[in-house]
Structures are given as structure tokens and as C-alpha cells.
Design a protein around this ligand. Structure first.
Ligand SMILES: Cc1ncc(COP(=O)(O)O)c(C=O)c1O
Length: 384
């Protein structure tokens, strides 16, 4: 079947006040986690139609908004949700920040796997809680969970933050792993905040497993948003999903107190369009990302570039072991920027221990992936 959407189409994002593309004309950016893809025309139409109202006053969240999420999670992932479980929030990070304040105290430990999305660390530390890292095992260029360590460490914490699928290492957690994580947290009465913002970005047929699907645990909180999948981060639209009524009321109150519970005029209709009309967009997007990864992986092998892609097949972020070339990812990425005009993420952002990794975002046009490959090769040759 012919593709409906054109992911090859280039957009000059430098003209759109984009954080990712706030770079000079000769630089290419594979850094910040949003895509360079045009949104689905169904979403664009929803925005244009809303814009045509020409009055942009305060807005509430209609039931159709939550119904759209329910439809998507049921159809795609077999998860049953009810409207009453939902709380609107302007962003996933704002939700995490607000939730931490409500269910933990100053000085409490909050645990997470490491490496992990760097902003979680800020959310913990800015609220004067303590980070408890539970490192993945890194062996033969693969990550896995050390279950004994997990159980030993997680019980010291008040909250466990899960990133499912995982940024930066791009893995899905299997059904068994999710069940085991939830069961261990339940055993020690630990809250789980599961950030599932990357849920739909999965290009290896191995569907992601929502934390609320398998084990009924009243302290499990799931956060999702269309921001990554549909390139809508700038609309500030996300949800918190909690089954337990008491916990939900506590968090809902917190979200209002923190003033992150009200949508913008454009937060609603585009999201309804995304979750009710754009499944094909996501399927084609995943295929496109998969092909970008294949191109890059083949290029590395063919040109004897000794960088190793570690990631699984989820998210559009690749976590790459560069230890053959450098153990100082800060210096390496700065050199890449200066000499090769390519901008990628430094592993050190994720912690000192990860200075022999870089993170690159491949949700861009094939043409840019090829430019990246050629510039990287030239850079490494000049460096020899
Ligand atoms: C795991 C994860 N959570 C949250 C965010 C940010 O989400 P939001 O813009 O909704 O705060 C990102 C962005 O990269 C992310 O990777």
C-alpha cells in the first residue's frame, strides 16, 4: 500500500523557533527529542479549524479528549481505561514535578534505573528529594535489569520512576519485566510513576506494555502524551492516569495548585484528531525510523566505524557506545560540533558514568541521516 504521509519532506525548522534547530545554517541537529516530521494533515486541519474560531479564551477539557486516549490505548495496546481515571496536565515533566511534591517528603529517596532521562534527576533534586540510581547491567553491549539489586535498592525509596519505553537506551520492557517491577514495588508499598511518553514509538513489532495493564496496583501512576509520537510537544497537552480515587484526588488537587492543570486553546482538538484518525501516521513513522536506523547501522559496519548502537527498537533515540574513540563524551560532542557541524547528545548528560556514549535522534529525514553519516566518517578519518 502506498504511503499516505511524506516523512521525506524537509522543513526549515530554524524558522520555527525550534530548540532543536536553534543552530547555524551549516550545522545539523540530531539532539533534542522531537521529530522533524510534518504533523499529520488531520492534526493540522484540527488546528486550523480551531484557529479559525478567532477567539482564544480559557478552555476546559471535554470528555471527548479522554475518550480519544481510551480508544487509542484500548485498540493499540489492549488496555481498559475509564474517563474518571484521567487528569489533564500541561506536560509530562510538569506532572512528575507536581506528583513528587504530593507523595513524598523532603529528603526521601526516589529511585530510577540508570542511565535515565536527565530531567527526572532535576525533578527529584529541585524538590530536595534524593536520587537513588539503580544501574542496568551493561554486558556485551546490552542492558538488562539486575533483579536482586533492584529489589534491594528500590525498597529504600518512596517512589520509583520508570521510563517505559526507555529514554535514552530505547528498550521496551517485556510483559514479565513490567509485572515483576510492579509486584516488587507493591511488595514494599512504593509508588510507581511510569513515564510512557515514548509508548507508540516502537519499530520492531514488540509492542510496549503499559504499566497499568497487568497488575492492579493502587499506587501505580501512568503518564502519557502525544508529544513525541505526533510531534506536538509545543501544544502542552498530556495526561496522568490513576485508577485509585483517593490518590487521584490528591494529585488532581496538586496539579491545580501548581497551575499545570489547564489546557491552552490548542491543547484539545489536535490530540483528539491524533488519537482517533492518525494510526496510519504512527505506523508509517515507525517504518521510517526503522529504515533510518538500518541505514545508519549499515553505514557504521560498511565503513568500519567502531561505534556500537546499543538501543533496542523503541523511541527514536539511539544510544551509541563510542568508547573505542573517546571516554569523554563532552569533549567528543563538542569536537563533532566544531569540526563536523553535527550536534548530538553527550552521554555525560545522563551521568558521569556514561561519558563513553552519545545519544542521537533519528526522527529526521533520510537525507539528514546520510549527511550525518558522511560528516561523521570524514570527522573520524581526519582524527586518525
Ligand atoms: C522520557 C521523557 N519524558 C518526558 C519528556 C518531556 O515531556 P513533556 O514535554 O511532556 O514534559 C521527554 C522529552 O524528551 C522524555 O524523553
Amino acid at each position: 500500500m502506498a504511503n499516505k504521509y511524506n516523512f521525506d519532506q524537509k522543513i526549515d525548522r530554524r524558522k520555527t523557533h525550534s530548540y532543536k534547530w536553534d543552530v547555524s545554517q551549516d550545522e545539523i541537529s540530531l539532539s533534542i527529542a522531537d521529530t522533524d516530521f510534518l504533523v499529520a494533515n488531520e492534526i493540522q486541519e484540527a488546528i486550523i479549524s480551531r484557529s479559525n474560531d478567532a477567539t482564544y479564551g480559557y478552555t476546559f477539557v471535554p470528555n471527548e479528549y479522554y475518550k480519544a486516549y481510551i480508544h487509542w490505548w484500548k485498540n493499540r495496546y489492549g488496555l481498559d481505561l475509564k474517563e474518571e481515571y484521567f487528569i489533564f496536565s500541561t506536560s509530562v515533566v510538569a506532572s512528575i514535578d507536581s506528583i513528587i511534591k504530593r507523595i513524598s517528603k523532603v529528603g526521601d529517596y526516589i529511585s530510577l534505573f540508570a542511565p535515565n532521562y536527565n530531567v527526572f534527576f532535576n525533578c527529584i533534586e529541585n524538590n530536595n528529594r534524593k536520587v537513588l540510581e539503580i544501574p542496568f547491567v551493561y554486558k556485551d553491549y546490552q542492558y538488562s535489569i539486575d533483579w536482586d539489586l533492584f529489589e534491594k535498592e528500590v525498597q529504600k525509596s518512596k517512589i520509583f520512576i520508570l521510563c517505559n519505553p526507555h529514554n535514552p537506551i530505547g528498550i521496551q520492557f517485556s510483559e514479565n519485566e513490567i509485572k515483576r517491577i510492579v509486584e516488587i514495588c507493591k511488595k514494599y508499598n512504593i509508588y510507581i510513576i511510569s513515564d510512557e511518553i515514548h509508548s507508540d514509538l516502537d519499530y520492531n513489532e514488540k509492542r510496549y506494555n503499559p504499566v497499568l495493564k497487568f497488575v492492579d496496583y493502587e499506587k501505580a501512576i501512568m503518564l502519557v502524551s502525544p508529544g513525541k509520537t505526533f510531534n506536538l510537544a509545543g501544544l502542552h497537552s498530556s495526561v496522568i492516569i490513576i485508577r485509585d480515587k483517593d490518590l487521584r484526588e490528591l494529585i488532581q488537587k496538586g496539579v491545580y495548585e501548581d497551575d499545570v492543570g489547564e489546557p491552552s486553546y490548542f491543547s484539545i482538538e489536535p490530540v483528539i484528531a491524533a488519537y482517533t484518525k492518525c494510526e496510519q501516521y504512527v505506523n508509517e513513522e515507525n517504518e521510517y525510523i526503522k529504515e533510518n536506523r538500518r541505514i545508519l547501522a549499515e553505514f557504521l559496519v560498511k565503513n568500519d566505524i567502531k561505534m556500537k548502537i546499543i538501543s533496542g527498537f523503541a523511541t527514536y533515540l539511539l544510544w551509541i557506545d563510542i568508547s573505542y574513540y573517546s571516554n569523554d563524551s563532552e569533549a567528543f560532542t563538542e569536537e563533532l560540533k566544531r569540526s563536523a557541524k553535527i550536534i548530538v547528545g553527550s552521554g555525560k548528560h545522563y551521568h558521569e558514568h556514561y561519558s563513553s556514549f552519545i545519544r542521537i535522534n533519528i526522527a529526521t529525514q533520510k537525507e539528514i541521516i546520510l549527511q550525518f553519516c558522511n560528516r561523521l566518517l570524514r570527522f573520524l578519518k581526519e582524527r586518525e
